[in-house]
Design a protein around this ligand. Structure first.
Ligand code: XMP
Length: 513
């Protein structure tokens, strides 16, 4: 069993960030609901417990509170923001509504330099706050470790037991040295080693997959995206020839995508790859369809049909593997005002019909996306796949506005390839969330080589984002835009105008349809 830090989630939008920061310290962390019984937590033999922040007030009637017995498990506890106030509620402090909300940057002055949390850190630190309630009386046997202008109890520590409280958020990037505070907690206070690495995870996952699957066969729908690719490579390492990957070419892929998947997985990894070219079927189904929602429905349904019949051809298999990630399986805390809960409900995963009679293998279900990428590199996948930008299931169809036709797709694919090529050459591709071309259903007059043209318009979309939920358009250098525009109008027949999309999300969405 991994050395584990348990994070109790009180509905903070940063709970997952806390978990990631801990894992960046090479320590395993797991998120549980705030009211998880202490006995269940004890069964995990945690090395420490963190109480997350949250939108509630501890003095409210229905305040979310943990099982009080967690304080008797004999493991260190760190309360962050609302988590400090939980200490106060249980261990005899007082929390009140602050005179003013403390929100944003603050300067922390560390009074007790001996406190393990601030080991090797300077006496003054920039920290980030986000709270309305504040501690106004220390819980019993706690002392002050650090203060801010607005809070006399910005960091507190129990005099005998390893209980700590931070009113600010060490997990966010706006607390620049917060990582070191978290590292101090997990290493110095909880005594964790640095055992959680993707190298060790491979060994552990291989054993678990073998134990689950036995001698049975496994099918995996390979899209060429990061998650399914890493899952495929990991399963292949564990069970070799018992794995069959099904790759559906829906005719809506970008330039060379189908070839790269066949090269990497078929030729290099020698994975059993069942390639299904369903281009003709998808084109037939999309004929005359112009409504964006209708397009998505048609594509989703066609995919399921193709995949289902492909699984039959693949022969009898007991298991279906999926690249489900940790954020998809964390049980969200239903507390009003918890943005994390809202984000989850918005999460789109098309999924397969429930009537497919497979047992699931989900070897990535305890990993965050950045860990999946590291795992991919560990397994020898190329950077092109591991750092691939997100690509929507309906593919180029939602970037080819109006009716999707093979001719329009050809134009879009060539133009998109130029955008990607130039972005890669400039070194900006892997620093951008998504960069792509959109073919607009707009024709305009142009002049090319003394000839009048009446051709289509292409939009360039480049966005910066953390999670796809919100996004800002990227200020690409003019030189780069000029090069892209010149190449597209010179090299792609059917296009005579290039425009740039300057819309953030909101109000726009990242994709145009
Ligand atoms: P929007 O356009 O809603 O996109 O701002 C947000 C993110 O989701 C991706 N996207 C999809 N991903 N299936 C997917 O797997 C889909 O149907 C789909 N639609 C949008 C989009 O590329 C962006 O990263």
């Amino acid at each position: 069993m991994n050395e584990t830090i348990v994070i109790l989630d009180f509905g903070s939008q940063y709970t997952q960030v806390i978990a990631r920061r801990i894992r960046e310290c090479s320590v395993y962390s797991t998120i549980l609901r705030y009211d998880t019984p202490a006995a269940k937590i004890a069964a995990l033999k945690p090395k420490g417990i963190i109480l997350s922040g949250g939108p509630s007030s501890v003095y409210a009637k229905d305040a979310p509170l943990p099982d009080k017995a967690i304080f008797k498990l004999g493991v260190p506890v760190l309360g962050i923001c609302y988590g400090v106030q939980v200490f106060a509620q249980f261990l005899g402090g007082r929390v009140e509504k602050g005179q003013k909300r403390e929100y944003g940057k603050g300067t922390l002055t560390v009074a007790d330099k001996k406190c393990a949390l601030f080991k090797h850190l300077p006496g003054q630190l920039q920290v980030w706050n986000s709270h309305g309630d504040k501690l106004t009386r220390l819980p019993k046997d706690f002392v002050v470790v650090a203060t801010t202008d607005n809070s006399d109890y910005a960091a507190i520590e129990h005099t005998q037991r390893k209980f700590f409280g931070l009113q600010f958020h060490p997990e966010v990037v706006h607390t620049p040295r917060g990582r070191e505070i978290i590292s101090n907690f997990v290493h110095s206070v909880c005594g964790c080693g640095k055992n959680w690495t993707m190298r060790s995870y491979v060994e552990q996952a291989v054993e678990e997959i073998r134990a689950q699957v036995g001698r049975e066969r496994v099918i995996l729908g390979l899209s060429g995206g990061v998650d399914s690719s890493v899952a495929a490579a990991l399963l292949h390492r564990a069970i070799g020839g018992q794995l069959t990957c099904i790759f559906v070419n829906n005719g809506l892929l970008r330039a060379r995508e189908a070839e790269v998947v066949q090269e990497v997985f078929g030729k290099n990894f020698k994975i059993k790859l069942q390639y299904e070219d369903a281009t003709a079927l998808f084109m037939k189904k999309l004929k005359g369809v112009t409504d964006p929602e209708q397009k998505r429905k048609v594509i989703g349904k066609a995919f399921i049909d193709v995949f289902q019949s492909a699984t039959k051809r693949a022969g009898r298999a007991k298991f279906l593997a999926q690249g489900t990630l940790y954020p998809d399986v964390i049980e969200s805390v239903p507390i009003a005002g918890n943005p994390a809960a809202m984000i989850k409900s918005h999460h789109n995963v098309g999924g397969l019909p429930k009537n497919m009679k497979f047992q699931l293998v989900e070897p990535l279900r305890c990993l965050f996306k950045d860990e999946v990428r590291l795992l991919g590199l560990e397994l020898g996948l190329p950077k092109e796949i591991v750092y691939r930008q997100p690509f929507p299931g309906p593919g180029l169809a939602v970037r080819c506005l109006g009716e999707v036709t093979p001719d329009k797709l050809k134009v879009l694919r060539r133009a998109d390839a130029i955008v990607v090529e130039e972005m890669k050459a400039s070194g900006l591709y892997y620093k951008t969330w998504q960069t792509f071309a959109v073919l607009l259903p707009v024709r305009s007059v142009g002049v090319q080589g003394d000839e009048r043209t009446y051709d289509w318009t292409l939009a360039i979309r480049a966005v910066e984002s953390q999670d796809g939920m919100t996004a800002d358009w990227v200020r690409l250098p003019y030189d780069l835009l000029e090069k892209i525009s010149l190449r597209i109008t010179n090299e792609v027949r059917g296009l005579n105008r290039v425009v740039l999309d300057l819309t953030s999300k909101p109000p726009g969405t990242i994709e145009w349809e």
